[in-house]
Design a binder for this molecule. Structure first.
Ligand code: PHB
Length: 539
């Protein structure tokens, strides 16, 4: 049974709302709550949509790169993170404050998070996580009930009567917190003193979570205030476990250091330069120009167009008028207007000053949390599989682990009998392998001194690929290209192996290289989207 929150239970959608957009958003939300993967029957059940509608929506989302179809399952794909990225870029807070949060986590050797208010819940916008055996840790975009957290009472200290009414209604409708999939169920018999905690938090300027979510988990929080308005813009928390700190202990030993860090964050906000105004995006809705034939019969254009509206927002584009949205997306004004009306109804967009619209934290509930802890090997896997299937040759992803060695981090075998075996975790010498050569050619100390590179690596660097012929093993040919991070550094390499009897050296360049480059570009694009606001592990 889908859990209805106060907002979902709201009045019927306005006449002008776009029904396919509402349905598409429902599918994205349920995929997110299901952990990122769901079959058609589960989607039918959770959204109440007909099977044929679910199929058309997932086909459209797949065409947009927001989901991948894995057999009959729909799986959230990294590109969907561009929705949450639009919200986080517009908000600017993680970008302005994350370095301080990370430094505090290092200083204290405890996890530190930043959270914003989302109606009567809190949502994480940054996590500097310490890996520990005993602790549940939340992901960016996770929604928690305000009353079971340390940040909650600090936000609630500013609530209006309407906010408190909404909270009471939700508590009555969902006493076990079933609508909050990130937390364990609540025991409804436990006493609740949230109103008193909120009053104290307002007075003290800090708040504690003494195992409100689960036994052992403790946190202390301090609000970060906007230097202009004095309003709480986010809350910084230090999170620990009772095996290391009791809640009282957190208050005595870590709260003073958290307060110092928050004071520095507020100084940073005061001195922040105006948002970086890049060129305004235009023509985001390429779906409007592609023909129905190209997009396929199943493609739901109104869903694709509507989703594009969210990506019109970003840094220096946090509050947009209807005209600005229409211009950035290339959509007709009437289409953009109906999408905004739909989003306002869904609580994803809120009216701002001067007839503008802004994104709400709820946008992070569209696919972000399940993907916020992804790794490069996981991002690469479907692309490696597709490449191996296309060429009928094995492919692999590797990273440099020392000056002399690479390590396989992912691979896809070919459908041939005689094939190269890629064992994830295996190490190989870097110099005689195509993977190693593209990585060595880009090693951090070399870019400014390309003449210091041995000639064969300088050539690899200039060409952008490495082709190795039977150096590692007789008959083995392989060709590799780099995968670059957002700063342009080659953080991994991807290759295709073949046998000398199967393809000539020239064919490796004319037949394999273009497909290899295309696959590497897809991996790279996913890496850039996923790593904009989260840390993507390379192995
Ligand atoms: C967290 O960042 O994981 C966190 C923060 C505050 C809480 C609980 C968990 O109250």
């Amino acid at each position: 049974m889908p859990v209805t929150t106060a907002l979902d239970a709201q009045a019927a959608p306005p006449d002008e709302a776009v029904a396919p957009l509402i349905r598409g958003i429902a599918v994205l939300r349920h995929l997110t709550e299901a952990g990122g993967t769901a079959g058609p029957s589960a989607l039918e059940r959770s959204t109440g949509l007909a099977r044929s509608t679910v199929d058309r929506i997932t086909a459209t989302l797949a065409r947009m790169g927001y989901v991948r179809l894995d057999g009959r399952d729909a799986v959230l794909a990294p590109r969907v993170m561009e929705l949450g990225n639009a919200y986080l870029a517009a908000l600017r807070l993680p970008a302005l404050l994350d370095a301080r949060a990370d430094a505090l986590a290092d200083e204290l050797d405890e996890s530190v998070s930043l959270a914003v208010a989302d109606l009567d819940g809190i949502r994480f916008i940054h996590q500097a996580t310490r890996r520990r055996a005993m602790s549940l840790s939340f992901r960016i975009g996770d929604l928690l009930p305000a009353e079971r957290t340390a940040p909650g009472p600090l936000f609630a200290a500013e609530w209006t009567d309407t906010d408190w009414d909404r909270w009471r209604e939700r508590r009555a409708a969902d006493p076990r917190d079933a609508g909050f999939t990130a937390v364990p169920p609540r025991d409804p018999s436990t006493a609740d003193d949230f109103e008193r905690r909120a009053r104290r938090a307002g007075r003290d300027g800090w708040a504690l979570d003494d195992q409100l979510i689960e036994p052992g988990l403790v946190a202390v929080s301090v609000p970060v205030r906007d230097p202009g308005s004095g309003r709480v813009v986010c809350v910084a928390s230090v999170v620990s476990h009772t095996s290391r700190h009791s809640a009282d202990d957190l208050r005595e030993t870590l709260l003073p250091r958290l307060r110092t860090a928050v004071a520095a964050m507020e100084d940073d906000l005061r001195e922040a330069p105006p948002p970086h105004a890049g060129p305004a995006p235009s023509g985001l809705a390429t779906w409007t120009t592609a023909s129905k034939h190209e997009l396929g019969r199943e493609f739901v254009e109104s869903l694709a167009r509507g989703l594009t509206v969210l990506t019109a927002f970003g840094e220096s584009r946090s509050a947009l008028t209807l005209t600005e949205v229409a211009k950035a997306t290339g959509l007709a004004r009437a289409t953009a207007r109906r999408a905004l009306i739909t989003y306002e109804h869904l609580g994803l967009v809120a009216p701002g000053p001067d007839r503008t619209f802004t994104l709400t934290p709820r946008v992070l509930g569209l696919g972000f949390p399940p993907l916020s802890r992804t790794t490069l090997p996981r991002l690469a896997a479907p692309h490696l599989r597709a490449l191996a299937d296309l060429l009928h040759e094995p492919t692999a992803l590797a990273v440099l682990v020392s000056d002399t060695e690479i390590q396989y981090t992912a691979g896809a075998a070919a459908s041939r009998v005689l094939t190269v075996d890629v064992t994830v975790g295996a190490r190989l010498p870097a110099r005689p392998t195509s993977l190693g050569r593209v990585l060595l050619a880009d090693a951090p100390d070399t870019p400014d001194r390309p003449d210091a590179l041995p000639p064969e690596l300088a050539e690899v660097r200039a060409r952008g690929y490495a082709l190795v012929d039977e150096e590692l093993e007789s008959g083995l040919r392989s060709i590799a290209v780099p995968v670059r991070d957002r700063t342009g550094r080659a953080v991994a390499a991807v290759n295709v192996s073949t046998h000398a009897a199967r393809r000539s050296l020239e064919e490796c360049v004319t037949q394999v290289l273009p497909e290899l480059r295309a696959a590497a570009d897809l991996i790279q694009a996913d890496l850039h989207t996923a790593s904009r606001f989260t840390r993507v592990a390379l192995s």
